[in-house]
Each structure stands twice: as structure tokens, then as C-alpha cells.
Ligand binder design. Structure first.
Ligand code: SDX
Length: 441
């Protein structure tokens, strides 16, 4: 949709009490969601900027990929509800949908799966690049390096203006992320890498690379494979979150898709974002170690104390002011996996369920509309799948790669796109002269 397509007959009039003449701005309407005020001409018309740190009220782009209704707790990938996609589709089907915009028919899906599963190997030199890292490096630090390093290993797909090279970069990133994540894991535990097995499915191949060894056969439990695949789908995309916005801003300079996605990996690592699943499980394990349910009341008081840095990790969201639909699906997946493993009485899961119940009835959380988000249960189910805590955010990055690539592709093929360059409210020193060094205090 161009600006003209989105324009409405309505306008916003900005008037000032400082004598600046009032100015009208066009309003734009999307297919669903809040209308926007097009302020791109504001500075030229008034010499003023808007101020919106954290982008609480600012649309950075127009997008057709994903829509969240935070009040209703809805999440749509290309218009399809996440509940239906997580139930009726597999992750590669969702990757096809997010990148191409439509669900594939059966032949197209088979062809796409065959394409992806024949790009799973990484350049053999990558295993030498990884040796530069300490063995005890956090896997996200290694993954950031490997993804950025793809620009060195695949120089034939760096031209962002070539549709063919855009498509091959997309396939390479989706296909090779599982291999790189598994390599980061094997490197950190000192085990040999396991090469991809292309006849396996995407999630099954990933679990094979993570948990197989050269010494014995490894057959993943189909219930666990389905759970892994669903975890990928639940994390695939999420509008203009911090890491996706990072990918867009980084990619807007015209850099390679591998560099832009590496920037997204780096941003996702933060505990306020994708690192919350690791922080959430560590929080639950700490409460359990401190005394479990007997200590929940004391912990919740700390969380509500403005002077403490404690937060209920896995709770709260900038957009959802209702249940994160992914949290509900993740809880269901958690129950399925724990049942398949005979761990229905897992104390950490029971503690999480109890914490959720207490929080949802506590005025502090109710008043602030704080609900479980995707990270609240994802750590518990990943731990049950045998994924070590340090790898949780790598799994998130693996899954979110398709969302980052789809949004990057949308940006670079948008006729309105230009390099992102925010302005600022300057509150530093006015111009002053450099004093002689001798005279400085
Ligand atoms: C993800 O953006 C996305 O879409 C992200 C994501 C994706 O798929 O890409 O959904 C993935 O990042 C999920 C969020 C994972 N992070 C966490 O679970 C960390 C814990 N949650 C928070 O730190 C927080 O809720 C954020 C960062 C998620 C949202 O922060 P906001 O929107 O800036 O909200 P805020 O920090 O201004 O909080 C509003 C109020 C504050 O209290 P008051 O100052 O009004 O008294 O709610 C409180 C906060 O103190 N609050 C919490 C809380 N989250 C917010 N208090 C206790 N525990 C929490 N978790």
C-alpha cells in the first residue's frame, strides 16, 4: 500500500501556544488497528520534532507481515491467527507464509522444504572461525559472530537489490540457523559437531544436531519434535519489537542481510527482550532453591517494591494488555511435553502455574495489565526438551530469523524506504571554547 492508498479524508490539526501557526497533517488508515498521523512534514512545516523515546506512540513503518491486537490478545501472521497456525501448520509452512505472504499448496510446500533442507550445511571454514571463541562463551555471543560471519562466507548473496540474491539469503538464513545454533551448543560442551541429515524434518534435524553424538544412534521423540516445531512457530515474528526494529534500522543502510540479522540476534539477547526466557527459568529455579511455594509471597513483595530491581520475568508486555496468545499455547505445549516425559509433577512447572495464578489475582499486576508473555513457559518446556538454559535465546533467535528476514525484505522492497535516521532533543552544553589544558580544574 502506498501513502496514497492509506490516506483518509480526515486530518489532524496541530495548534501551538507559542505563536507557531497551526498545521494540518494527513491521517492514514491501515486494514486494521490504530490510524496514524503522517508527521513526515512536521519539521519542515514547524521546525519542531516529536519526542517519543521507546516509541510508545510511533509507527516506524507500514507492514503487511504481522498484526497484534494487544487488548484482545490476538496475534496474526499474514492475517492468520497464531492458534490456527500452531495447530494446523508446521514451521517451514509458516516460514513460507511470512516470506511470500500466502500459505503454500502441498507441491509448493514440498518444493520449499526440499530447497531449505538442501541448504542446511554451513561453509566448512565456519568451524575454524568458531574456534576463536572461548569454550565458555555464551552461545548468543558465538551466534552473533557466526551470523555476521555469513557475509564473509556467502559473498555471492550480498546484493540487496537482486531479488534472486534476496531469496537465496532468505533460504540460507532459515536453513543454516539450526546448524549454527547446534554448533554453538556443541562447541560450548566440547562435543563434536553433528552434520545435518537432510532426510529429517526441520525440527527433527535440529534436535539431532543438538543431541546426537557420533557414538550412538539418536531418534528424537515425535511428541518432542512437534513441540520444538511449535515453539519455532510461536516465536517466528511479532511486529516491530526491539530486535526487528534493529534489523530494519540496520538494514536501511543497505548493508547485507546477514549483517542486519546479526544485529537482530545481538538485540534479542537482552533480558528485557529475548533473554527473558533464560531469566525467567533462572528466577523460577532460584525461588525453588530458596524454598519454593513458601517463598513466593516474599518474592512477589520484592517484585512490587519500586526500590527493588526484581521483576516477574516472563510477565508484562509493551503491546499485550491481555494474555499473550503465545503464552497460552506454550503452556499447552509444556503440559504435552511434561506428560510425554512423565514429568507432570515437575515442581518448576507447578511453581510457575502457582505464580501465574497469584499474579493474575494481585492488584499490582491487574492494575498494570501484566500478563504472562511468550517467555513465561518457554523456558520450562525447553528445559524439559533437554535444551540447556544458556541456549534458550538461541532457540528464540533461530525461530525469529524468519520474521527478521520477512520484515527486512518488506523494507528493502518498499518504494518509500529510506535510511532510518531519528533526531533528538538536545540537552547538552551550548557552544563553548576549549580552555587551555593548564587552566582546567
Ligand atoms: C519479548 O516487543 C515484543 O513483541 C517482544 C516479544 C517478541 O516476541 O518479540 O514479545 C518478546 O521480549 C517479551 C517480553 C519479555 N520480557 C520480560 O518478560 C521481562 C519482564 N517484563 C518487563 O521488563 C516489561 O514488562 C517489558 C519490558 C516486557 C515491557 O516493558 P514496558 O512496556 O516498557 O513497561 P514498563 O517497564 O514501563 O512497565 C509498566 C509498569 C511499571 O510499573 P510502574 O512504573 O507503572 O509502577 O509495569 C511494571 C513496571 O515496573 N512492570 C513489571 C513487569 N513488567 C512491567 N513489574 C513487575 N514485573 C514485570 N515483569
Amino acid at each position: 500500500m502506498t501513502t496514497e492508498d492509506k490516506a483518509t479524508e480526515h486530518k489532524a490539526t496541530l495548534s501551538f501556544s507559542d505563536g507557531t501557526p497551526s498545521v494540518d497533517f494527513p491521517m492514514m488508515k491501515g486494514t486494521v488497528g490504530p490510524d496514524v498521523i503522517d508527521i513526515r512534514k512536521l519539521y519542515g512545516a514547524t521546525g519542531k520534532f516529536t519526542y517519543d523515546t521507546g516509541f510508545l506512540s510511533t509507527a516506524s513503518c507500514n507492514s503487511t507481515v504481522t498484526y497484534i491486537d494487544g487488548d484482545a490478545g490476538k496475534l496474526l501472521y499474514r492475517g492468520y491467527p497464531i492458534e490456527q497456525l500452531a495447530t494446523h501448520c508446521d514451521f517451514l509452512e509458516v516460514c513460507y507464509l511470512l516470506y511470500y505472504g500466502e500459505l503454500p499448496n502441498a507441491p509448493a510446500l514440498e518444493e520449499f522444504k526440499d530447497l531449505v533442507m538442501h541448504h542446511t550445511m554451513v561453509h566448512e571454514q565456519m568451524q575454524f572461525a568458531i574456534r576463536g571463541f572461548r569454550r565458555d562463551s555464551h552461545p548468543m555471543a558465538i551466534l552473533t559472530g557466526l551470523v555476521g560471519g555469513m557475509a564473509a562466507f556467502y559473498p555471492d548473496s550480498l546484493d540487496i537489490n537482486s531479488p534472486e540474491q534476496q531469496d537465496i539469503s532468505f533460504v540460507r538464513l532459515v536453513a543454516k540457523m539450526p546448524t549454527m545454533v547446534a554448533m554453538a551448543y556443541k562447541y560450548s560442551i566440547g562435543q563434536p559437531y553433528i552434520y545435518p541429515v537432510n532426510r529429517l524434518g526441520y525440527a527433527s534435524n535440529f534436535m539431532h544436531m543438538m543431541f546426537a553424538t557420533p557414538c550412538e544412534d539418536y531418534e528424537p521423540n515425535p511428541v518432542l519434535v512437534r513441540a520444538m516445531d511449535r515453539i519455532f512457530t510461536l516465536h517466528a515474528d511479532h511486529e516491530q519489537n526491539a530486535s526487528t526494529s534493529t534489523v530494519r534500522l540496520c538494514g536501511s543502510s543497505g548493508t547485507s542481510p546477514f549483517s542486519a540479522i546479526a544485529a537482530g540476534v545481538a538485540c534479542l539477547w537482552g533480558p528485557a527482550h529475548g533473554g527473558a526466557n533464560q531469566a525467567c527459568l533462572e528466577m523460577l529455579e532460584q525461588i525453588q532453591a530458596d524454598g519454593g511455594m513458601a517463598k513466593v509471597g516474599e518474592f512477589m513483595e520484592k517484585v512490587k517494591d519500586k526500590h527493588s530491581a526484581s521483576r516477574l520475568m516472563g510477565f508484562g508486555h509493551r503491546v499485550y494488555k491481555n494474555f499473550d496468545p503465545r503464552a497460552k499455547l506454550m503452556q499447552e505445549t509444556c503440559k504435552e511435553v511434561l506428560a510425554a516425559l512423565g514429568l507432570e509433577n515437575d515442581p518448576i512447572f507447578k511453581l510457575a502455574m502457582a505464580l501465574e495464578k497469584i499474579a493474575l489475582e494481585d492488584p499490582y499486576f491487574v492494575e498494570r495489565k501484566l500478563y504472562p508473555n511468550v517467555d513465561f513457559y518457554s523456558g520450562i518446556v525447553q528445559r524439559a526438551l533437554g535444551i540447556p538454559t544458556s541456549m534458550f535465546t538461541c532457540i528464540f533467535a533461530l525461530a525469529r530469523t524468519i520474521g527478521w528476514v520477512a520484515q527486512w525484505k518488506e523494507m528493502i522492497t518498499d518504494s518509500e524506504y529510506r535510511i532510518g535516521r531519528p533526531r533528538q532533543l538536545y540537552t547538552g552544553s551550548v557552544e563553548r571554547d576549549v580552555p587551555p589544558r593548564r587552566g582546567r580544574s
